[in-house]
Unconditional design. Structure first.
Length: 94
């Protein structure tokens, strides 16, 4: 399995990404998929994670989406990436 990036969290420090975002090629993007919940604070935490990941991986586009219960759905997130010019599909876990 080829792991594109790994999020680490040691102690009480902020999670850090162990990769150079610039090593990604044009056409790459991240579709961050959460399960979805009816709990508003859980949803807010997921979208906060998506924003943090997007800030860290700039200029790589990050689209958070949800498996069920809420929008944006996986299909909507994928379409957002496609509209931004992203076209490669790599998954982890596969």
């Amino acid at each position: 399995m080829n792991q594109l990036f790994k999020v680490t969290n040691v102690g009480h420090t902020q999670p850090r990404l162990k990769t150079d975002p610039l090593r990604f090629l044009s056409g790459d993007g991240v579709l961050l998929i959460g399960h979805g919940t009816r709990d508003a604070s859980g949803t807010a935490q997921f979208f906060d994670l998506g924003q943090r990941l997007a800030d860290r991986l700039q200029p790589l586009p990050v689209e958070p989406c949800l498996l069920e219960l809420q929008s944006p759905t996986i299909a909507e997130g994928w379409q957002r990436l496609v509209h931004r010019g992203e076209h490669r599909d790599a998954r982890d876990p596969q």
